[in-house]
Design a protein around this ligand. Sequence first.
Ligand SMILES: [Zn+2]
Length: 233
Amino acid sequence: MISKPIVYDENDNKVVEEYENDENKCSSFWNLQDNKNLENLKKKIKKYYLKIQNYTCCYCKQTIIVDHGGSWDIEHIISKSVKEEFMFTPENLALSCKDCNTIKGAKNVLKNPNRKTFPDLSSDYIIVHPHFDHYFEHISWLEKSMIYYPKENNAKGVNTIEVCRLDRFLFKKINLDGEDLDSGYFEAINDLNNRVQEAETNFEKAHCLKLLNDVTNIGLAKLSGNELSKYNL
Ligand SMILES: [Zn+2]
């Protein structure tokens, strides 16, 4: 959870005003090439959130310790192409890895997509909000095998995993490109197996068993040369 949103100084506010006074105000303002002040503000936003998020993506929690701006995207939690008016709202900004940002795209994250004012409560959002929610109250994470699953009856957890396709890590981990099942595959099986035994609730146990079943079926399909596309990999 981001403890404190960025605070704009006088120069930063000039950029925001420039955007607000623009007659053709639209989200493409964000990508203007010849606006030095805008460039500087975007750099500042990246630097600020990188530090406060400790080089960790707000949606997948992967840590990428790289300062180069090209490795990170400024994430508009409510997409700027959906609601451009929140494009510079500090609580609508965070840093995400490029994959999460691309996959999430312009998908809806709001309980009430027609709302006009900025939604500033956790309950206004259907996903885990980087500023308003504690991530691990909604999502369980097996760090080693990069497996994510929602906490019991947790809609925000379910939606975040779906919106950002956080299952992509498991499918990368079990790497199905080679001839045979590799060590990543067996690591995932072991991790899930251990979790099934250690799970504190039946919900968690059932969820890990289901994932174990999916991974097992995928392995079986691969070994028997069956079509893997039905697993949506
Ligand atoms: Zn990510």
